[in-house]
Design a protein. Structure first.
Length: 261
């Protein structure tokens, strides 16, 4: 059962005065989203669990709108001073699939939307023409939410992109974690080596991780929550190296089979 449905049912039960639920409800949280909550209670004392426990991890996750509002004026790192817009991310709050890129570029900074430049168009094509999904059905985010610029005083300059610094990543990843906690995707597909490295805590290049499926626990405060991660190439790389599109399509097919599409 998707978590948003379970949240609703639990809230309604509380409204009509039900305070405990069968312990099996605890494991329903995340079921079908491959995020089984493994209760450590032994069978004897697990007949009933408080509604508070069942809701705890679900309701502790803020809604995407709340997370967005919380960081609307974010100045946690120097990127906040130069950005034109925060590129929070967009898509379905109940997405089963989340794409994660490295960070916004020029067009994204100017519009506040992720992946809408040339590489974004290719990503949209992959989602729509390849996966037969709508862009609005998935969630698209980045590791950092503001455009990392070589020259922060010139947001209007083209070719002003740079990778985010480790410090910028460390500050900003908190927002991504809250997005993941809220959405609870079944599958994360990282786009490009930097996003894969950061999500996998891995120092190797894309060839070290591509073609594999990883189980990761992206929420340090909730180590029992795990999600499948499939790394693939960044669409910008695919634009520069069209032959790699074939390999990327293999990755996307893996994503689709994990989602049973
Ligand atoms: N590249 C990224 O990694 N993210 C975007 O949003 C756009 C381009």
């Amino acid at each position: 059962m998707p978590n948003y449905k379970l949240k609703k049912i639990l809230s309604e039960m509380r409204d009509i005065g039900i305070e405990t639920v069968p312990s099996s409800y605890l494991s329903l949280a995340g079921e079908g989203k491959k995020a089984q909550k493994k209760s450590s209670r032994d069978a004897n004392d697990a007949q009933a669990a408080s509604l508070d426990n069942a809701q705890e991890s679900l309701l502790a996750s803020a809604s995407l709108e709340d997370v967005k509002a919380e960081y609307a004026n974010c100045m946690m790192c120097p990127l906040g001073h130069a950005r034109l817009n925060i590129v929070f991310g967009e898509g379905s709050p109940n997405a089963r699939l989340m794409f994660i890129g490295e960070g916004p570029g020029f067009t994204e900074d100017h519009t506040g939307r992720p992946f809408i430049g040339r590489s974004g168009n290719l990503l949209t094509k992959i989602i729509q023409d390849g996966m037969k999904l709508k862009r609005e059905d998935v969630y698209i985010a980045n590791i950092v939410k503001c455009h990392p610029m070589k020259d922060p005083s010139s947001p209007e300059k083209h070719g002003n992109d740079r990778p985010p610094s480790p410090d910028e990543v460390e500050k900003c990843i908190v927002i991504l974690r809250k997005q993941i906690a809220s959405i609870r995707p079944e599958v994360i597909c990282t786009l490009g080596a930097p996003a894969a490295k950061i999500m996998l805590n891995n120092t190797g290049g894309i060839s070290a991780v591509r073609g594999k499926i990883f189980d990761i626990s992206p929420l340090p405060e909730e180590p029992q929550y795990s999600v499948k991660l499939v790394p693939t190439f960044h669409p910008a790389y695919l634009l520069r190296n069209p032959p790699a599109k074939k390999t990327a399509w293999e990755d996307i097919k893996v994503v689709m089979s994990l989602l049973r599409l």
